[in-house]
Design a protein around this ligand. Structure first.
Ligand SMILES: Cc1cc2nc3c(=O)[nH]c(=O)nc-3n(C[C@H](O)[C@H](O)[C@H](O)COP(=O)(O)OP(=O)(O)OC[C@H]3O[C@@H](n4cnc5c(N)ncnc54)[C@H](O)[C@@H]3O)c2cc1C
Ligand SMILES: NC(=O)c1ccc[n+]([C@@H]2O[C@H](COP(=O)([O-])OP(=O)(O)OC[C@H]3O[C@@H](n4cnc5c(N)ncnc54)[C@H](O)[C@@H]3O)[C@@H](O)[C@H]2O)c1
Length: 468
């Protein structure tokens, strides 16, 4: 006999699990939402929100320093590291509290505070000794930071995103290992707050950008804030109250002594202790369950993945969407309905932001560029830097993708999401008004280039406003 039974058991009350549980409840299922902490989502506690709060502080510092460009002299810009970190935590705590408050909306008896593991297909054991029988199970256990062997054993001077926001004060120097989104965002933010930062990655490129021109521009921009060591093999050891990072690559080797180390080398799915092998599902060679991206179902089993546990698109809006897909299908199992997934869309909140939308550039596409190095509004704002690449279908000029590394990228990226999803062509985009003087006007040269290369584009706006 089981202690508890339900239609849908959801393991993990992060963004994905909450989405799954709410959706399954809406479908009329009896739901149990299991989490070992119910501390609020990872995004609010140690992810999106504290990292963006730190970036906000770094932007304030940058604006203060750059005031002189506009004739605004801010004498003696100094950073109060304790106050910076305290605001990060205070605001973060408010976000986390509001995600915790949302747990109160669940019907009584839905929330189970415990760690779950599989004992058989459709059966779970909790670490408080109780057992659960579920008709369907959603695994939404998130990811966990990976610390490679070369950076283990460094004690309290080694941080991940789970611990870095607890720093009481800013360090004088730090090394960041891994130049993925976490490493790039935090390295630049700390650097702009006055920390001497060195960023290491074994890959030679940043942000997954293959285009050599854009890659060089990204590297040049980031190098202004920090020492960038790409394509190097690095390791670290502790020397009293310092960390020594040694690195080698391209025929040279060197070492760097820093106050602390931030390891940001990826966040694989969190399946430890879940005993997935007892769930009766097939896994790949890394132990990740094989699943269908449109249904989130693992094979034909009544088991569904969602969020960072699924690993394919480890970003927030996808965690939420996957939770909803998994929750609905778990509730209606054995009826499982495929859902058309959203257009790929990701951003790195560097300054400027690097945003990628839709299809990657390839030789089969038109790739049109627009530089922001001399763009009117960007010059007005004193931030003329970067480039946009727009990917279009050569047969009709339909927009397929874009990469933006320029001021305003965070917002203009959403224009592309809407335009690409609606199937707009470059000439249709140009038929809409572009307000003057805006950063959006800077897209026009690339849109015009697409039109000029697609005979069916017809007439399109070729006029340029001053500086546009
Ligand atoms: C530093 C950082 C910055 C980020 N910034 C952004 C950003 O700006 N924009 C963006 O879109 N995305 C960002 N992301 C990614 C985004 O935060 C994640 O994709 C999203 O939060 C994942 O949600 P989730 O529900 O899958 O996982 P989580 O929120 O981690 O939830 C998993 C839950 O499962 C629980 N759990 C695990 N195992 C068990 C078990 N056996 N039993 C019971 N409970 C269990 C955990 O305690 C946890 O509560 C960022 C991530 C990080 C790390
Ligand atoms: N703005 C955002 O949306 C945002 C921000 C932060 C994090 N995230 C999400 O969190 C996930 C995890 O982020 P992440 O940056 O940790 O992971 P990641 O996997 O994207 O990047 C890890 C980086 O570490 C490097 N690396 C791995 N092992 C290394 C080693 N031994 N030495 C040196 N470099 C090494 C890799 O080459 C890679 O560049 C991301 O996939 C992302 O989706 C999103």
């Amino acid at each position: 006999m089981f202690d508890l039974s339900c239609d849908v058991a959801v393991i993990g009350a992060g963004t994905a699990g909450l989405g799954a549980a709410r959706r399954a409840l809406r479908e009329g299922a009896k739901v149990l939402l299991i989490d070992d902490k119910f501390a609020g989502t990872m995004c609010a506690n140690v992810g999106c929100m504290p990292s963006k709060l730190l970036i906000a502080a770094s932007k304030a510092a940058d604006h203060a320093r750059r005031g002189a460009l506009f004739g605004v002299r801010v004498s003696d810009v100094s950073i109060d590291g304790k106050a910076v970190m305290q605001r990060v935590r205070d605001e973060r705590d408010r976000f986390a509290a509001s995600t915790r408050k949302s747990f109160e909306d669940f019907p009584e008896g839905t929330l189970i505070k415990a760690r779950a593991r599989f004992t058989a297909p459709g059966e779970l054991a909790l670490d408080d000794g109780r057992t659960i029988k579920a008709k369907a199970i959603v695994v939404a256990t998130g990811g966990t930071p990976k610390i490679p062997e070369a950076f283990s054993g460094l004690g309290d001077l080694c941080f991940t995103h789970e611990t870095i926001f607890e720093l009481p004060d800013l360090p004088k120097s730090m090394a960041v290992i891994g130049a993925g989104p976490i490493g790039l965002e935090l390295a630049q933010a700390f650097a702009r707050l006055g920390v001497k930062v060195s960023l290491f990655d074994d890959s030679e490129t940043l942000g997954g950008v293959d285009d050599p021109h854009l890659q060089a521009m990204i590297q040049d921009t980031l190098s202004e804030d920090m020492m960038l060591c790409l394509g190097v093999t690095s390791r670290a050891h502790r020397n009293n109250d310092q960390i020594v990072v040694t690195y080698e690559g391209k025929g040279h080797s060197a070492s760097e002594s820093v106050d602390i180390l931030l390891v940001a080398t990826g966040r694989p799915p969190q399946f430890d202790g879940l005993d997935l092998e007892k769930a009766g599902i097939a896994c790949d060679d890394k132990g990740t369950p094989l699943y269908d991206q449109q249904t989130m179902q693992c094979g034909t089993a009544p088991i569904f993945l969602a969020g960072d546990a699924a690993a394919d698109r480890p970003i927030l809006h996808e965690a939420s969407a996957e939770g909803s897909i998994a929750g609905r299908n778990a509730a209606t199992f054995p009826k499982v309905t495929p859902t058309q997934r959203m257009i790929p869309f990701s951003m790195v909140f560097s300054q400027p932001v690097l945003a990628r939308i839709g299809e990657e550039p390839s030789n089969d596409h038109i790739i049109a560029r627009a530089s922001y190095g001399d763009q009117g509004r960007a010059k007005v704002d004193g931030e003329a830097i970067g480039e946009v690449q727009i990917v279009a279908d050569p047969s009709d000029g339909r927009l397929l993708g874009a990469i933006l590394f320029c001021p305003g990228a965070e917002h203009m990226a959403h224009l592309f999401v809407a335009a690409i999803s609606a199937g707009l062509t470059a000439s249709q985009m140009l038929s809409h008004p572009f307000y003057h003087p805006t950063l959006e006007e800077g897209l026009k040269p690339a849109l015009r280039e697409i039109c000029s290369r697609v005979p069916s584009s017809g007439d399109y706006d070729r006029t340029s406003a001053p500086g546009g």
